[in-house]
Design a protein around this ligand. Structure first.
Ligand SMILES: NC(=O)c1ccc[n+]([C@@H]2O[C@H](COP(=O)([O-])OP(=O)(O)OC[C@H]3O[C@@H](n4cnc5c(N)ncnc54)[C@H](O)[C@@H]3O)[C@@H](O)[C@H]2O)c1
Length: 271
């Protein structure tokens, strides 16, 4: 657990994380469990992919064990009734719901003019509909929590063009807009809504989507000279759920080693 977290007690707080079997989702679950939360993990995949898939190669660090998740529920976030059932099961088992983290996502590559209707639709179904399904299901329960919050995990590609990424960037842009609107609509209920925007992060998704040369080039471009690892995305999620962020809502926090700020950087730039 990060040192700064030791001062914060999440004990007794109950949260639901979608995409919990993925690289970032598993790290988020692990960090929240380590902080004292009761965490329900929801994913299409029933097993913890992260520990198998990530232990092997280019991960520097960052996946914390997610073995202490209180419950795993196989959930398809594209189906409202699936998400409703997961939320209801969590509330029934643990007496309420204090926060949700929407981390489920897919990248379906392709140039926009060539992307199929089903690929486009799938990008939006998982990356956008998944979060609104979660928001709808969770809202009545979050309203009853003393410190409610929601986090959407979007992407740098929702802020900056991601060529040949199919509907990924457009869907993440829509997700960011939706989260900001939720923050405004839910503010009077005391529910904070924020967005974490990972840059390229060393997970199975990145390895599937991009070759090693691309990852190395992005690491060189980033001011910190490297890519983030999933544990660093998880730390940002935990911060935004913590009391330290109690006045923070409607914000978009990039965790990208500075990559998003490099538009005007490069050879020939004067200092
Ligand atoms: N890894 C990166 O470089 C990166 C960069 C920016 C944003 N992100 C975002 O972070 C989030 C997590 O990405 P990751 O790198 O851990 O990817 P990942 O592929 O390891 O994990 C994604 C998880 O979402 C789950 N999922 C997919 N469709 C689902 C559905 N219909 N219902 C329920 N679960 C479903 C998958 O089973 C998987 O476990 C995603 O939203 C992704 O877009 C990742």
């Amino acid at each position: 657990m990060s040192t700064w977290l030791r001062a914060e007690s999440f004990a007794g707080r109950v949260g639901l994380v979608t995409g919990s079997a993925g690289g970032i989702g598993a790290a988020v679950c692990g960090a929240l469990v380590a902080a004292g939360c009761t965490v329900v993990g929801c994913d299409l995949a029933s097993d913890d992919l992260a520990s198998d898939d990530l232990a092997s190669d280019d991960l520097a660090s960052g996946i914390e064990p997610a073995g202490d998740i209180a419950r795993r529920i196989r959930t398809d976030v594209t189906v409202q009734t699936d998400v409703d059932a997961a939320v209801e099961a969590s509330v029934e088992a643990f007496g309420g719901l204090d926060f949700v983290v929407g981390c489920a996502g897919v990248v379906l590559p392709g140039r926009l003019a060539e992307v199929t209707a089903s690929s486009w639709r799938r990008s939006f179904a998982v990356n956008v509909d998944g979060m609104i399904h979660l928001a709808r299901a969770a809202y009545p329960h979050l309203r009853r929590s003393p410190a409610p919050a929601a986090i959407a995990v979007a992407s740098l590609s929702g802020l900056s063009a991601y060529p040949a990424g199919g509907g990924y960037g457009p869907s993440k842009a829509a997700l960011i807009s939706m989260a900001r609107q939720l923050a405004v609509e839910w503010g009077p209920d005391g529910i904070r809504v924020n967005v974490v925007v990972p840059g390229p992060t060393l997970t199975p998704m990145l390895r599937r989507a991009q070759p090693v040369e691309y990852r190395a080039a992005q690491a060189r471009r980033a001011p910190l000279g490297r890519l983030a690892d999933p544990g660093e995305i998880a730390d940002a999620v935990v911060y935004l759920l913590s009391s330290g962020a109690r006045a923070v809502t409607g914000q978009v926090l990039a965790v990208d080693c500075g990559l998003g700020q490099t538009l005007l950087a490069g050879p020939g730039a004067t200092s």
